[in-house]
Design a protein around this ligand. Structure first.
Ligand code: SAH
Length: 614
């Protein structure tokens, strides 16, 4: 492999890479009159740390635009609400609500089970069958003692400790004869030694249906292993040994899963801090693991707003590709967003952007109004998670985001298409009475925040202080109108507490919390925080994408997500690579004009997010 500093790229040497992928990969995906034969092939995707599935959703949408059918076959997340959301939006995905480390152990056990019952099944079948039929006879001849139950079949498998016994192991979920699903229980494999036939049947049918991936059977792995040990807000980091920090362990687990399954492609997402903290130790670790596994790899930092969102949000992405595949390039911006935020020096060339001097032809950056101005007015207390649109889309962005899943070309989400005119999750986190009273007093103007409340004045060096000439204003509850935490936040220099967003602004970064105490998240003209749906719009989630769990959990799923348009642009790049379209060693490429979501919305017209005629 060669190493190039630009986009920290490790790639096959030129001679091998020229002319795209080797015969292995091009044979079934060559192009015929511009139409890829790859249409016939469905590529499988495993989404690790999937959250509600934004990253894989975007990847599949983008790959489709490149003529490649990519399907999220498996997803893993330890958060049950996120899993519920993913399952609803991707009904045919095998969604596993478990820890990634347990998932890896399960994969290893599953392979052994498949070897035993599927691959080598015939060798031991005769004696096993004899044993099984003996058991059957026994069953028929003897009635069971009262406290013995009979296994009807096995319905699930997991690795871990589902019964909280304090010991990890392999477990099967048992459906008991004469009982329904509500009485299913998890049983350890050792306790099922009499149920040989049931295990065999379960493994054979699970193998047929690919309920779990086996080494070599996965085309793409994507995921964002959480690395909380690098967060600026986290004080318990271990600068000397970041990988032993429990909070960074998932980076190791992610790479271990890649090592075990050996997919054709890998895409890892993370916060830019992995390139800053301890001289980019974690980012370097990720790259070096890939290279050590003989993957080509490439690192890039992408700004979400550059792909058509009113949100800045910079994230780091790392591609990995087997030596036999074409290494994906990073897609250049389509929208003109001013770069801000610190790019770590050592990786400054990895920022996915045009050279200053280039002829860019970029579209205008989007602002808040473009994204949310068509949504119905809602109150601070809004318990319904389904309502109706009350106006037509007003902008190209809104027309696109309100498209049906079918029109958005998301073949894998068709079952989840909502009824015409329905709008989901347009609910704000309900503010308590005191905060609601405070928010009602924040003026509806650009930049308004707690500094506009009675009794606050701005002193020297932009620091707030209480106006000594006015008694401290109180709410009807007796609590102060201006809370102490607002006055002391960032030593009194911040204007973020209770700040309204304004229509012409780009939001810095959508986060997982929705409290207005130390971030700008109030609606410009309504007395509430942005709703889950408004945040989802800022992250580029299609309106048809529905979220599950308590409202706080929905905010978490949205705030954790990879912005869908970014994932979609990366999916296009992946699709091009799978088709063997990329040649040369340039790390970046220009998306086609037709890629832009706006063009697509205009072409197909909206069919879900329309207001129903009375
Ligand atoms: N890529 C996702 C967002 C991922 S956020 C998207 O685009 O929507 C990270 C996720 O990792 C969270 O949903 C969290 O529940 C999950 N997670 C954290 N630790 C985990 C672990 N040990 N195993 C599995 N999932 C984990």
């Amino acid at each position: 492999m060669s190493y190039s500093v630009a986009c920290s790229t490790f790639a096959n040497m030129r001679a091998e890479n020229d002319g795209a992928a080797d015969s292995d990969t091009t044979s079934d995906i060559s192009c015929e009159e511009g139409k890829p034969v790859a249409d016939l092939v469905t590529y499988s995707l495993l989404d690790l740390y999937s959250g509600c599935g934004a990253m894989s959703t975007g990847l599949c949408l983008g790959a489709e635009l490149a003529g490649i059918k990519l399907e999220t076959k498996w997803a893993v997340d330890m958060n049950s609400h996120a899993c519920e959301s993913l399952k609803h939006n991707h009904p045919s995905t095998q969604v596993r609500n478990e820890k990634a480390e347990d998932f890896l152990s399960l994969l290893q056990q599953w392979k052994a089970l498949c070897n035993k019952y599927v691959i080598h099944g015939s060798n031991s079948l005769a004696s096993d069958l004899a044993q099984a039929s003996n058991d059957d006879e026994k069953d028929e001849n003897e009635s069971l003692p009262k406290d013995v139950f009979e296994v009807e079949r096995l319905v699930d498998v997991c690795y871990g400790d589902p019964n909280k016994t304090g010991k990890n192991g392999l477990w099967f979920k048992v459906r008991w004869k004469k009982y329904d699903a509500s009485q299913d229980t998890w049983e350890p494999i050792d306790g099922l030694s009499d149920s040989y036939e049931c295990i065999k049947e379960f493994v054979q049918s699970g193998y047929r249906d690919s309920i779990l991936p086996l080494p070599g059977s996965v085309d793409v792995i994507c995921g964002g292993p959480p690395c909380q040990g690098v967060s600026g807000f986290n004080r318990f980091i271990k600068p000397d040994d970041p990988l032993t920090d429990e909070k960074n362990k998932q980076l190791v687990v992610f790479m271990d899963i890649v090592n075990y399954l050996r997919p054709k492609y890998v895409l890892m997402e993370n916060v830019v801090d992995i390139l800053k903290f301890a001289d980019g130790f974690l980012g370097r670790y990720a790259l070096s693991r890939l290279v050590a596994m003989n993957y080509q790899s490439r690192l890039g930092m992408m700004v979400a707003g550059c792909y058509g969102l009113p949100q800045f949000r910079m994230r780091a992405f790392i591609w990995g590709a087997l030596p036999s595949m074409v290494l994906p390039k990073f897609p250049l911006p389509t929208h003109d967003v001013i770069k801000r935020g610190l790019v770590p020096n050592a990786f400054s060339r990895c920022l996915v952007a045009y050279e200053e001097t280039a002829n860019k032809h970029l579209r205008k950056a989007l602002v808040l109004e473009d994204a949310i101005s068509d949504l119905p007015e809602v109150q601070n207390h809004q318990p319904n998670d389904v309502m109706e649109y009350d106006s037509d889309p007003k902008t190209e962005f809104q027309r696109y985001i309100r498209l049906s899943s079918r029109d958005m070309k998301g073949y894998s989400f068709e079952d989840a298409t909502p009824k015409k005119g329905q709008l989901f999750d347009h609910q704000p986190l309900q503010l308590n009475n005191d905060d609601y009273a405070r928010v009602q007093q924040i003026p509806e103007k650009k930049g308004a925040n707690f500094r506009d409340l009675k009794g606050v004045r701005v002193g020297a060096k932009n620091t707030v202080e209480f106006n000594p000439n006015i008694p401290r204003a109180l709410l009807s509850s007796g609590k102060p109108l201006v809370p102490d935490y607002a006055m002391s936040f960032i030593k009194g220099k911040s204007s973020k507490p209770f700040r309204r967003l304004w229509w012409d602004e780009t939001v810095p970064t959508v986060v997982t919390r929705a409290e207005p105490h130390n971030q700008a998240i109030l609606h410009p003209t309504q007395h509430r925080v942005l709703t889950v749906r408004e945040n989802a719009r800022l992250q580029g989630f299609p309106d048809y994408y529905r979220l599950f769990g308590p409202v706080k959990e929905k905010y978490i799923q949205v705030g954790n997500a990879v912005a869908v348009p970014v994932a979609r642009a990366l999916g296009y790049s992946l699709g091009q690579s799978l088709r063997g379209e990329f040649v040369g060693d340039q790390p970046l490429f220009k998306l086609p004009e037709s890629f832009s979501c706006m063009g697509q919305a205009a072409a197909t017209g909206s069919s879900v997010g329309v207001v129903e005629a009375e």
